[in-house]
Write a new protein. Structure first.
Length: 460
């Protein structure tokens, strides 16, 4: 009894040490809710086979950092590779099975803890669990009685291929078909639950702090990479596991490359700096962009373009509420950008003419925003019943207009290399919206004021 007590105590100690740094979801029932909802959607005739991302080799015996497939995480919270979740909504008892890696003392000494079959059931709530090598021989039984197999294509191509083959061979039953689970899951993922919003808030707060430190740190003569280092220092200081996407720290002419991410140039006086970043917290990614002058003071032209982008964002915020369609948001942002560009003389014609001849596309190259969530560009269709999606409480999207003027453009050289993107995260609430990313300044005067302070990079 005493011995058992010590072992239990040590096991608990090991378990809590594992999660000491990072455990945003101690309550695994949040994933059970998602599984329940998903099983109701796919119905009793269906079985879902949701697989983990494979590990990718980087070089020789070094792998790329591992991250679980977003849908696998959404339904299980399980972060290990070589795992498969099987959901059987029609089953009486064993509705949720996990296939996982074997416990392996030697491998765990090298690579870290594995939950194993026992942990899959005790910690992750699986009704039954097996080691991953059992999956192949159990697949026939899993498919038996099912009419539709839902699978997350695109995670592990080799595994998808073999499941597909088995489904088509399986008893030659004409009524067994395979569907991509990404669609149903994408639709579910459009509406965030309270705990998902909590994770997004945390990711966005840390990202906003990183922006503010970057603004205070930026000086002519520094490298873009130094600003990237400041940003990712803030992330790690807070225990962020990884950025949700490669940080974009683009100065001068790089501001007009939409997904610039080499971050290796030196920043010069007179350059704008476009910083598009997002910390990932508990798998949920922020996405916030700020643009500001490296020397701390906007030039006349930089300020003019910045203000157009700012006003376009404001126009979108004003109509962000339940009932607004994505098309309305898209149109109001586009029209606001066009109006601004007409006023400063970069476009000529009326709003209607410019929309028709699409001349605005030269400067305004991308959509106004996207869903965020487990993926920085979260899935979920932008149309419903053939119409533009209508905003509902729990939806979270970015508003990120951008204007990009390159040296190729047949415009006065005073406009060259001005690339401005401002990006913020909006949560639709019952009454209207909440701007989740308001902890980092957007107004010109406020940015200039913050930039007068010293940042992390200036401290001894
Ligand atoms: N933050 C990168 C993008 O939205 O494309
Ligand atoms: Mn974005």
């Amino acid at each position: 009894m005493k011995r058992f007590g010590i072992i239990t105590f040590l096991a608990l100690l090991e378990f809590s040490a594992l999660f000491a740094q990072y455990n945003p979801y101690p309550d695994k029932s949040i994933f059970a809710e998602k599984r329940k909802q998903f099983m109701e959607i796919i119905g009793d005739d269906a079985v879902a086979i949701i697989v983990a991302n494979p590990e990718y080799k980087r070089n020789n015996d070094v792998d790329h950092d591992y991250r679980q497939d977003s849908d696998m995480f959404y339904l299980t919270g399980f972060e290990e590779p070589e795992s498969i979740a099987v959901l059987r909504p029609g089953a009486e008892k064993l509705r949720y099975t996990l296939f996982v890696r074997k416990r392996d003392k030697l491998r765990e000494t090298w690579d870290g803890h594995r939950f194993g079959v026992k942990g899959a059931m005790e910690t992750f709530g699986a009704d039954s669990a097996y080691t991953i090598d059992e999956f192949d021989k159990m697949l026939g039984g899993i498919l038996r009685g099912a009419k539709t197999v839902y699978h997350n294509f695109g995670a592990d191509e080799e595994l998808s291929e073999s499941i597909l083959e088995r489904v088509s061979v399986n008893a030659g039953r004409s009524d067994l078909s395979m569907k991509n689970a990404r669609y149903e899951l994408g639709e579910m993922r459009k509406i965030k639950s309270d705990w998902e919003v909590k994770s997004l808030r945390k990711a966005i707060d840390i990202t906003s702090e990183a922006h503010n430190e970057a603004m205070k740190s930026a000086r002519p003569g520094m490298g873009e990479y130094e600003i990237e280092a400041v940003i990712e220092y803030i992330y790690r200081k807070h225990g962020v596991q990884r950025p949700g996407f490669p940080s974009i720290v683009a100065a001068g002419s790089n501001t007009t490359t939409l997904h610039y991410q080499t971050n290796e140039m030196k920043m010069k006086k007179g350059d704008l700096l476009l910083v598009d970043i997002g910390a990932e917290w508990g798998y949920y990614s922020a996405d916030v962009s700020r643009t500001y002058p490296v020397n701390g003071k906007f030039s006349k032209e930089q300020a003019a373009i910045y203000q157009i982008v700012y006003d376009a964002q404001e126009a979108a915020f004003k109509i962000s509420r339940p009932g607004t369609s994505r098309k309305e948001l898209s149109d109001i942002v586009r029209n606001s950008v066009i109006d601004g560009l007409i006023k400063v003389g970069l476009l000529s014609g009326t709003l209607e003419e410019i929309i028709k001849d699409r001349s605005y596309k030269k400067f305004y190259l991308h959509g106004f925003g996207h869903w965020i969530g487990l993926d920085v560009h979260d899935p979920g269709s932008y149309t419903e019943d053939g119409e533009s999606v209508i905003m509902r409480p729990g939806m979270v999207y970015t508003v990120e207009p951008g204007i990009y003027i390159t040296e190729d453009d047949s415009v006065d050289t005073k406009w060259w290399n001005i690339g401005v993107r401002i990006e913020d995260c909006v949560l639709i609430t019952e009454k209207g919206y909440e701007l989740l990313s308001d902890k980092s300044p957007r107004k010109i005067k406020k940015i200039e004021k913050l930039m007068r302070k010293k940042g992390l990079a200036q401290k001894d």
